[in-house]
Design a protein around this ligand. Structure first.
Ligand code: GLC
Ligand code: CA
Length: 554
């Protein structure tokens, strides 16, 4: 495998709207991010991915872009963005932006021109079909609910949107559209951007000609996945994009890829793959139901362990996964993967070490390093996320009472991750001096950066140690390139694995509040990390405390 500059890096995701507000309007912004670069550098972060900050009507929080060449005034100016790139560079840090090109906003100039003249040049930038009174062009259900077809204003046509109706899909079959995308990517890379996180990319290839699939709910519609499963040939688009853009700049690209088949992994992330890496969503999608969030299964410690090991085995040394426990589309990882009632600094640190030391590139989502938790929503009115509002309706339609429906969807809501970053115990978590666009989690009075910075036993300090360990010259080669072998696999609620390179490390997590013991095959040489002050041994056995995690050099 060819070594690349990004392999040994640690990445951090910023959701700009909720990170740091510099001017008191309640919305996080780029000057706010610049003011926190030292914090991120001190943590040990190298690569920063910004969720979209382009001009947008914010129908889907910026994932609906109306101008690919600008910054939304709510987030700052182009000068701010240039300054951010320069300030990051001074600190040996890299900035990634979000590349959202499966769709644009219905307020993008291309779409407006398509409405004016659907038969003209811009009509072919989208998927348009003649409107028939009695039937939609296809029976696909959009990711955010309802049919994927909407009337094209002022015309007798309809357009396709697999996400929200304010996010019309771009027609990748049209070479002119593809050229526009490549031009935009290179324009940003010329500005000094290090690369992109690539949004919803698996949707750019549609199965043509369009047809109906078997309905899977009472609404008579079918999941988009039915169509995507049949779509062949995405590789031609992705390979072209890589060759025309990223490869020319040695840029980093991380794909939001779902449902790839094992045989496709080398093409996606192998040497000369379409992307530098892609996220491991195996844990995130576990327990999902065709019926909706209300029917999803919880993730047990055994499920979590199996999902991680399955993903690791699938990719092996073909390439690099990007490992996460949460992002802006998911609930907080600690709330999802630690059983309710067991949330505490020890369990949060255990989860941190278990995922962070997997083979791959670790991504930390803002606030994860503090152990930020899900919000307790007491009413659907408190939720802004369009996806949650849709799933709430799906739950009501399935017969749940409003209370049951809220309870069923709240734990999955994307807003859990979108509450303001908790900087201090000042009002609104120190995120803004004004009124935040989304209320802060009331637990900010105890979970916040300021408090954890001065506490050497905090979750924040533990993350810092994890990053230091990954960067320690003595262990780096093993942690970055070493193989991963599951250990003690049959032992219930224990997740353990070896990392083997020029050194051998053993990571052991007791994934339960009860103690448990294990017998090592050999004595260990050194304890590299421990979330407790002690290790209890007894005649060759280690007696693990509840949620104890150890990193041992063997
Ligand atoms: C991705 C984004 C998500 C967005 C969707 C549509 O999944 O992460 O936030 O809603 O794409 O752009
Ligand atoms: Ca602001």
């Amino acid at each position: 495998m060819t070594k690349k500059w990004w392999h040994d890096k640690v990445a951090y995701q910023i959701y700009p709207k909720s990170f740091c507000d510099s001017n008191g309007d309640g919305i996080g912004d780029i000057p706010g991010i610049i003011s926190r670069l030292d914090y991120l550098q001190d943590l040990g972060v190298d690569i920063i991915w910004l969720s979209p900050c382009y001009p947008s009507p914010l129908a889907d929080q910026g994932y609906d872009i109306s101008d690919y060449y600008n910054i939304d005034p709510r987030f700052g100016t182009m000068e701010d963005m240039e300054k951010l790139i320069a300030e990051a560079k001074k600190r040996n840090m890299y900035i990634l932006m979000d590349l959202v090109v499966n769709h644009c906003s219905d307020e993008h100039e291309w779409f407006r021109k398509a409405c004016e003249d659907p038969e003209g040049r811009y009509g072919n930038y989208f998927y348009l079909r003649d409107k028939k009174e009695d039937k939609l062009p296809t029976n696909w259900r959009s990711y955010f609910g309802g049919p994927v077809w909407e009337d094209l204003p002022g015309t007798d046509k309809q357009y396709l949107h697999v996400f929200h109706k304010k996010q019309p899909d771009l027609n990748w079959e049209n070479p002119e559209l593809r050229e526009e995308v490549y031009k935009n990517i290179n324009w940003w890379l010329d500005k000094g951007l290090a690369g992109f996180r690539i949004d919803a990319i698996i949707n750019i290839k549609k199965a043509l000609p369009f047809r109906d699939y078997e309905p899977d709910r009472k609404d008579g519609l079918c999941s988009i996945h039915a169509m995507l499963k049949e779509a062949k040939g995405i590789g031609a688009f992705l390979g072209e994009m890589r060759d025309r853009t990223f490869r020319q700049y040695d840029a980093f690209s991380v794909g939001e890829v779902f449902n790839e088949k094992p045989e496709e992994i080398p093409a996606f992330i192998g040497d000369n793959g379409y992307f530098s890496t892609m996220f491991d969503f195996n844990e995130a999608i576990f327990g999902q139901s065709e019926k909706g969030w209300y029917d999803a299964k919880p993730v047990t410690p055994e499920d979590y362990k199996n999902c991680c090991f399955e993903a690791q085995a699938k990719v092996s040394d073909i390439g690099f996964l990007s490992n996460i426990i949460e992002n802006h589309d998911e609930p907080r990882g600690v709330s999802r993967y630690i059983p309710e009632g067991d949330l505490c600094p020890e369990s949060k640190k255990m989860l941190a070490a278990l995922y962070f030391l997997l083979r791959g590139i670790p991504f930390i989502y803002q606030g994860q390093e503090l152990g930020m938790e899900n919000m307790h929503f007491s009413s659907i009115e408190e939720i802004d996320d369009i996806s949650t509002l849709d799933e709430y309706q799906v739950a009501l339609d399935a017969g749940l009472t409003p209370e049951e429906a809220l309870k069923a969807v709240a734990g999955h809501s994307r807003d859990n991750a979108r509450t303001p970053m908790q900087w201090s115990d000042a009002p609104h978590a120190g995120f803004t001096t004004g009124t935040p666009w989304l209320a802060a989690n009331p637990n900010y009075t105890s979970i916040n950066v300021a408090a954890q910075q001065s506490d050497p036993d905090s979750v924040l300090h533990f993350y810092r140690e994890l990053i230091r360990l990954r960067k320690n010259p003595a262990y780096k080669e093993t942690i970055v390139y070493g193989s991963l072998e599951p250990a003690f696999r049959a032992q219930h609620n224990l997740m353990a694995y070896y990392r083997k390179g020029d050194k051998t490390l053993l990571v052991i997590g007791n994934y339960q509040k009860e103690e448990q013991s294990l017998t090592l095959p050999l004595p260990y040489k050194k304890v590299l990390l421990n979330n407790y002050a002690d290790i209890v041994t007894d005649d060759g056995r280690i007696l693990l405390h509840g949620y104890q995690v150890l990193v041992l050099e063997m």
